[in-house]
Ligand binder design. Structure first.
Ligand SMILES: Nc1ncnc2c1ncn2[C@@H]1O[C@H](COP(=O)(O)OP(=O)(O)O)[C@@H](O)[C@H]1O
Ligand SMILES: [Mg+2]
Length: 371
């Protein structure tokens, strides 16, 4: 396994700038996720790290050794592709052992390594090994592709490009769990690309968010979720994204419509210092950080229920406050009897409120700690 360093990577396709001066250091043995919207350049970056694309500016180091000019086979890495890229005319066994056969390993070593690999990828029933890719389910094809990636000796890193995107939801959940276990067992540096932010949250030691040709934030899943650097990131993570409301600030309170929200915990001094007067700002509150009541209360914010979506054991109550649409996540049993068009009264958890500057959409650093 290796430490991987990217230094000032810049990539164009024709005239189009795709990656703009990207730098990054991934530690030895780290499970590192790169995420971002479709088309932001994730595959492009992974192919550069793999050595499959050499038309770019910048440097790549493995363990501080300059690998920029090395071919893919000289890099000691394996890649799992989005479409698995299995050899269709080879049975699973031969697909998995292909990297060793290519290097002309003796048969008994191949057979031993094949056995330990198959154990690791949980390809439960032996006779799957004698099937062709087209005879296997997508979940099993995924495991064969993973097996082929991990069978090699002295792997510096495993690169995975959306390896679960071709699986349906339930299989994806199970495969996610097995992948995490596998990567912990292997203890190999892993760079995992996904456009599914929940996958990144579930798997990564650290996450980098690629957007507008650059990394917008590189941090642990917890820090990214609870201290997102900007509105894009705040909204990108979480099942339903985050609720945004614009309003003004005065005397430790956030005002919108006829309502006010206490932000004294946040300390608005930083806001007042930066934008004098009664600044307009944006409040972000996650759906799971709103409580609701069916009875009015002094500070309850009146909202009209728009629709209810069940995803047991949780439910989403989508409601409206004036022009703002607000999602509230609660336990599904607590949503029983709540009907469309009725009024409910919301209470924002004031420790979880995030505030953003409207001009650059960046987080206003809270005075309180993130805990
Ligand atoms: N071979 C190519 N030639 C020209 N443009 C490309 C090529 N491959 C990708 N692109 C463009 O580069 C951008 C990034 O693509 P890609 O790395 O595949 O994004 P992602 O994997 O994040 O979805 C996209 O705008 C895509 O259209
Ligand atoms: Mg891609």
């Amino acid at each position: 396994m290796s430490k991987i360093t990217l230094e000032n990577i810049t990539k164009y396709y024709d005239e189009n700038l795709i990656l703009d001066n990207i730098s990054l250091e991934i530690s030895d043995g780290e499970f590192f996720c790169i995420t971002g919207p479709s088309g932001c350049g994730k595959t492009t970056l992974l192919r550069i790290i793999a050595g499959l694309d050499n038309k770019y500016y910048g440097k790549i180091y493995f363990d501080d050794i300059d690998y920029t000019d090395l071919s893919p086979s000289e890099r000691n890495i394996s890649m799992v592709f989005q479409d698995f890229a299995l050899y269709p005319y080879m049975i699973a066994r031969d697909n998995i052992s292909f990297p060793l056969r290519l290097k002309k390993y003796p048969a008994e070593i191949i057979s031993r390594k094949l056995k330990s690999t198959v154990d690791m990828i949980d390809l439960e029933v032996e006779n799957y090994l004698d099937m062709f890719p087209k005879e296997l389910s997508a979940g099993h094809r995924q495991r064969v592709a993973t097996g082929r990636a991990i069978i090699k000796d002295k792997l510096g890193a495993i690169l995975m490009d959306e390896p679960l995107s071709n699986l349906d939801a339930r299989i994806r959940m199970n495969t996610k769990t097995y992948l995490k276990k596998l990567v912990i067992t292997l203890d190999t540096t892993t760079i995992y690309v996904t456009s599914d932010s929940s996958e990144a949250m579930a798997l990564a030691d650290r996450i980098a968010i690629l957007n507008n040709r650059r990394f917008e934030q590189i941090d642990t899943p917890y820090n990214i979720y609870y201290q997102p650097k900007n509105m894009f990131i705040a909204d990108f993570f979480g099942t339903l994204g985050i609720n945004f409301i614009s309003g003004t600030v005065k005397d430790n309170k956030f005002y919108f419509g006829n309502y006010q929200v206490d932000i004294s915990d946040y300390s608005d001094k930083a806001i007042m210092d930066k934008i004098p007067g009664e600044p307009e700002i944006i409040l972000g509150i996650r759906p799971e950080d709103i409580n609701f009541s069916t009875k009015p209360s002094k500070y309850g914010i009146k909202a009209k229920v728009d629709l209810i979506q069940l995803f047991p054991p949780k439910a989403n109550i989508r409601c409206r406050i004036g022009n703002f649409i607000i999602n509230v996540i609660c336990l599904s049993k607590d949503s029983i009897g709540i009907q469309k068009n009725r009024d409910i009264y919301l209470d924002f958890n004031k420790n979880k409120i995030l505030l953003f500057y409207p001009h650059n959409e960046e987080l206003i650093p809270p005075a309180r700690s993130a805990s």
